[in-house]
Design a protein around this ligand. Structure first.
Ligand code: ADP
Ligand code: ADP
Length: 224
């Protein structure tokens, strides 16, 4: 069951940098897919296009049958993006941040769903803390809670464990598996081979804007 289809997607930025050569990729519902590649490979560009934030130079992206450019509003409801940067108001509380984000999608802020998400992310006890008061690992989890606030079907995580220590990385891996068990399709970028291996059902290796290979992870480890 394909949930996301990328067909002939390329990107050349206005600066003349070609970030992506035409890419074709289908993602199955319920899978965890890792995009593995070094810095500058085009991972963020691809995720941004798929989320409808960046316009591709060519090609189309279809999310649950909706074209991400033509049906921008619909696709925004289907996808959630966890960016690399801490894109929240540090002076706001955890609970207010998630409720506000949820209301932007026209969903009630006072909802059992918000509590469930915060409990799943071990943030419920910190719900009334200002984000600036939280540890680095908790701040990252707030970004995930925010991205999940509108109940997306697909969650994108851009380098979810860049710069975090080994134990936090393991926590993040467990958490991602837990979200998948709840039915969320997950696409993440990473430059750690171990992370791709540990996390994903399939891995796509991207370098210099080209999708070099896509493998079941067991096959990947035989090759690398
Ligand atoms: P990754 O996420 O794998 O590190 P990016 O998608 O961020 O890769 O970048 C791919 C290439 O596109 C890099 O050469 C980068 O400098 C360039 N790039 C990314 N964003 C922009 C932008 N907004 N304008 C111009 N060039 C960009
Ligand atoms: P702790 O209290 O666990 O030491 P800090 O809040 O001091 O955590 O952050 C630890 C490191 O992680 C800092 O370098 C900080 O800039 C970085 N960091 C925190 N949150 C994020 C985030 N969401 N994305 C990227 N880096 C982050």
């Amino acid at each position: 069951d394909t949930i996301l289809s990328i067909a002939g997607v390329s990107k050349t930025y206005g600066s003349g940098t070609t970030a992506l050569s035409p890419i074709d990729l289908d993602i199955a519902k319920g899978e965890i897919f890792a995009l593995l590649g070094p810095n500058g490979a085009g991972k963020t560009t691809l995720i941004s296009i798929v989320c409808g934030i960046v316009t591709p130079s060519s090609g189309t992206v279809t999310v649950m049958g909706h074209d991400t450019i033509r049906d921008y509003r619909t696709t925004r409801r289907i996808v959630g993006l966890v960016p690399q940067e801490l894109s929240v108001d540090m002076f706001e509380t955890v609970l207010a941040t998630v409720k506000f984000s949820r209301r932007l999608f026209g969903k009630s802020g006072h909802d059992a769903y918000v509590e469930e998400v915060l409990r799943d992310l071990s943030l419920w006890d910190k719900r009334n803390a200002k984000i600036m008061e939280l540890s680095g690992g908790m701040k990252r989890r707030v970004l995930i809670a925010k991205a999940l606030s509108h109940e997306p079907d697909i969650l994108f995580l851009d380098e979810p464990t860049a710069g975090v220590d080994v134990s936090l990385r393991r926590d993040m891996w467990k958490l991602i598996h837990k979200l998948r068990a709840k039915g969320v399709t997950i696409i993440l970028t990473t430059h750690y081979i171990e992370e791709a291996e540990e996390m994903a059902d399939r891995v796509g290796v991207i370098a210099k804007g080209k999708l070099m290979l896509v493998e079941e992870k067991t096959e990947l480890m035989k090759r690398l």
